[in-house]
Design a protein. Structure first.
Length: 306
């Protein structure tokens, strides 16, 4: 993200309205486990409240598209058509590009391909500029546009207890990791809500960068087992911590608990927000999968760890 936009993005995130999780019907199940030596987290719906429940379930609209264009200085210049029609057609291009990507890239070896949203929008906007439908004020505005559009389409806010729990665990020496379906703006958002600043790096302190896995960097999305195997191996090599000593925390039974269990991790289902809780009871893979713990507030993790 270009420095010209950092202050704008910081103010934009500072103005995000407060959100509160909606209670679920699940009851917490926690007990002390002194064998846990490291903790990995999902982001959307776990560390962050997500209005849509997940990063890839955003509700997109022409209104949000126009607002993001305005924020990034992108202008509509197709005077031969109704601006609303142009916006609607650009949104349809975006949705079709995502469908095409998944149809082309999905294979037996790559069952859950992940897009790079910045590249997708970059190609769409460049094509519309060539057709004289939009005017771009240089490459930096694309990053700003994508950031604003995605956050408008899927409002986010820190989950209660997020900073408290993460800082407490880090302060007590637990290696921390992230395994999340994510895009380039995800670490930017996390750094803001954790530290009140904007970082261009993928590193989010106090999470260990070697244990941080964002899906867009690998072009694979959860529940792809590779995303869990990478930090599992590093955790053994770097810390001498084995899978059954790692706790993975996530809100989705299929995308979080299931692959974490296959990797040999202990699991905690985060059931603290009805908008994001995904039990996925229709998935046959989950018939024999039960989380080790159920938490309805991130602070309950401390009752497990200490």
């Amino acid at each position: 993200m270009e420095k010209n936009y950092l202050q704008y993005i910081k103010q934009f995130l500072a103005d995000v309205p407060e959100m509160k999780p909606l209670p679920t019907l699940l009851k917490p199940f926690v007990k002390k486990d002194t064998l846990i030596r490291a903790v990995f987290f999902d982001v959307y719906g776990t560390l962050l409240i997500s209005a849509s429940g997940d990063i890839d379930e955003s509700v997109i609209s022409t209104e949000n598209l126009k607002s993001a264009f305005d924020a990034a200085g992108i202008r509509l210049v197709d005077y031969n058509h109704d601006p609303r029609q142009v916006l609607s057609e650009i949104l349809e291009e975006f949705k079709q590009a995502i469908r095409n990507f998944h149809n082309i890239r999905k294979t037996e070896d790559l069952p859950y391909p992940e897009v790079d949203i910045l590249k997708v929008w970059g190609e769409i906007l460049a094509g519309n500029q060539q057709r004289n439908r939009v005017y771009l004020n240089g490459p930096p505005c694309i990053s700003c546009f994508v950031f604003v559009f995605e956050v408008l389409s899927n409002r986010i806010y820190p989950m209660p207890g997020m900073k408290e729990v993460i800082n407490h665990l880090a302060g007590n020496g637990y290696p921390l990791g992230i395994i999340s379906n994510a895009q380039f703006y995800t670490p930017v958002i996390l750094n803001f809500f954790m530290h009140d600043n904007i970082e261009e790096s993928d590193v989010v302190v106090p999470f260990d960068p070697d244990l941080t896995v964002f899906s867009y960097k690998h072009m694979r999305s959860k529940p792809d087992s590779m995303l869990f195997d990478l930090p599992k191996k590093i955790c053994i090599q770097k810390f001498g911590i084995y899978p059954d000593e790692v706790l993975f925390v996530g809100n989705d039974m299929f995308r979080d608990v299931y692959p974490a269990r296959l990797a040999g991790f202990k699991t905690a289902l985060f059931a603290g927000d009805a908008k994001s809780l995904r039990l996925r009871q229709d998935k046959p893979e989950l018939k024999k999968i039960v989380p080790d713990y159920i938490i309805t507030d991130l602070r309950q993790l401390l009752n497990i760890m200490e």
